[in-house]
Design a binder for this molecule. Structure first.
Ligand SMILES: [Zn+2]
Length: 230
């Protein structure tokens, strides 16, 4: 654990500053190579390990140390400022120099941590994984709601990019594919797509029987049909 010391510096580069006498660097923090400065974007803290006998550091010292390490500004732009999730805009908060690439939700925001500077490719990979995970979890949740009425459960459900305006597909073997773009629409659209594909496991066509079965599964499917969104 850190042993905290009083510090004359309250803020640095937009981060709260805390001084430590000794301690171990948490994994969530980034220790600059040869200095005693730690940087914990997760906690919005820049920390300083004090030398023995040193009461505190000055802002000039911290700034000089920061520059000596060649650490660029922590406020760097990212390509995408928000993510559409279930039809709502989720603001993205970038956290450069976090020591690892990571993504999580906090206070209605999507926090994206970067090992070093903000990186569009890293952001795209992290948000794509996040979106797939959310879609898959919501799809499995909806599947359990539909399950008691199903004659056949799907062999698998996968999220993947599909052709534009194709929101779902299924195979005769029982594999269902949902378009990764479904996260942009209200969640009902994904549920409606899933219901449609689930009924195809029983009727591999768009016969009258298919639509009757879909109506039994989702009585209000027509009211909130995709035509309202596409
Ligand atoms: Zn169909």
């Amino acid at each position: 654990m850190f042993r905290r010391e009083a510090s004359p510096i309250e803020r640095f580069n937009g981060f709260r500053v805390v001084c430590f006498r000794q301690g171990r660097v948490n994994l969530a923090e980034r220790r600059l190579p040869s200095s005693q400065v730690v940087f914990a974007p997760h906690l919005a803290i820049a920390g300083v390990f004090l030398q023995d006998g040193r009461a505190a550091v000055t802002e000039e010292w911290l700034n000089a140390e920061w520059l000596r390490q060649g650490a660029p500004s922590v406020h760097l732009p990212v390509a995408q400022k928000e993510l559409l999730l279930w039809g709502n805009c989720l603001p993205i908060q970038p956290l450069p120099f976090a020591g690892c690439n990571d993504l999580w939700e906090a206070d209605g925001k999507l926090v994206i941590a970067f090992k070093r500077t903000c990186d569009e490719h890293v952001q795209a990979v992290l948000t794509a994984a996040f979106v797939r995970e959310r879609l898959l979890a919501a799809a499995h949740h909806a599947l359990e709601r539909f399950a008691p009425q199903l004659k056949q459960r799907p062999r698998s459900i996968a999220i993947r990019p599909l052709r534009a305006r194709t929101l779902g597909q299924c195979t005769r073997e029982g594999d269902i594919f949902l378009n990764v773009s479904l996260h942009q629409w209200p969640q009902e659209v994904m549920e409606e797509t899933l219901a449609h594909e689930l009924v195809h496991l029983e009727y591999f066509n768009h016969s009258h029987a298919f639509w009757r079965r879909l109506t039994a599964l989702q009585p209000d499917w027509l009211r909130r049909s995709l035509v309202h969104y596409l």
